[in-house]
Design a protein around this ligand. Structure first.
Ligand SMILES: N[C@@H](CCC[C@H](N)C(=O)O)C(=O)O
Length: 278
């Protein structure tokens, strides 16, 4: 039987959204997701997102498969798309927020009157399992660790925003050969769960330029969790303010790491592109 879907994107980071409210397991397998996401033989997307019933007192559960079929814990651009998708399913037009259960914890997107979505992304974790313990043990520093990749030593800071990120500050993001170094970061032996990799150019203390190689999806036009993780890395390295604009190839995100509650707040758009069935 054909399954209905809606295609959304958050700054060009694009997803197939599926109404999965009637079942607690995703309606597609990871193999299906690979086929659906194929840009030549399928619908084409960076991932497939399922709106499932809530659990532990939440309104909904979000599950997501990357376009290689792997399942990440969280997705920042995806959860903005999910908020718009469920508002449409519920026929809600006024501002409201949703409590969403994810594998990365409770996340709360809020639909604003201006059409943007502000997401309470929770607190960053710095000493998560994803931070290579070999590196931490080497000099007991959490930020700015040396890491050998592609024959070069990079200074990296690893931040977990539900999913793991490895951030490097560079002078010129345009000069980074993402297609070649990205996969080598992603599959580096020190990251047993693989990793998302962000390269950040500090334009001003309140304006960062970012390019990303995503775990399980490769080069994407934007990454919300990556933008949050990068701002945290920037603050910890004394390179940026706690509130900054992050410029991605697909557009701008506003990110704040609140001093008051230690939580990250991400504001950006989500747009519906088309509906279909397959
Ligand atoms: N694009 C996303 C992150 C999607 C998951 C990522 N590829 C992973 O495997 O962790 C975002 O906007 O956060």
């Amino acid at each position: 039987m054909a399954i209905e879907f809606t295609k959304y994107h958050g700054l060009g980071n694009d997803f197939i959204l599926i109404d999965n409210r009637s079942a607690s397991e995703p309606r597609l397998t990871p193999d299906d997701a690979v086929k659906w996401c194929d840009r030549h033989f399928g619908i084409g997307a960076d991932g497939v997102i399922f709106a499932l019933p809530g659990q532990d007192g939440t309104d909904y559960t979000m599950r997501i498969f990357n376009n290689d079929g792997s399942e990440p814990e969280m997705c920042g651009n995806g959860i903005r798309c999910l908020a718009k998708f469920i508002a449409e399913l519920e026929e809600i037009t006024e501002p409201r927020s949703y409590k969403i259960h994810t594998l990365g914890g409770l996340i709360t997107p809020k639909l604003e009157a201006n059409g943007l979505i502000t997401v309470d992304m929770g607190k960053p974790r710095l000493l998560a399992a994803e931070i290579p313990t070999t590196l931490v043990a080497a000099n007991q520093k959490v930020v700015n660790q040396p890491l050998e990749v592609a024959g070069k030593t990079w200074q990296v800071t690893c931040v977990n925003m539900g999913n793991p990120h490895c951030i490097t500050f560079v002078d010129d993001v345009a000069a980074i050969p993402l297609e070649t170094v990205g996969p080598q970061f992603e599959t580096h032996a020190v990251f047993p769960k693989k990793i998302n990799t962000e390269f950040i150019q500090v334009v001003r203390s309140d304006y960062l330029k970012m390019r990303v190689w995503e775990r399980g999806a490769g080069i994407t036009l934007a990454c919300g969790t990556g933008a949050c993780a990068s701002l945290v890395a920037g603050v910890l390295n004394g390179k940026c303010d706690r509130r900054a604009t992050v410029e991605l190839p697909g557009g701008l995100l506003q990110i704040e790491w609140s001093e008051a509650d230690d939580r990250l707040y991400m504001t950006g758009p989500a747009e519906k592109t088309f509906v279909g069935q397959r």
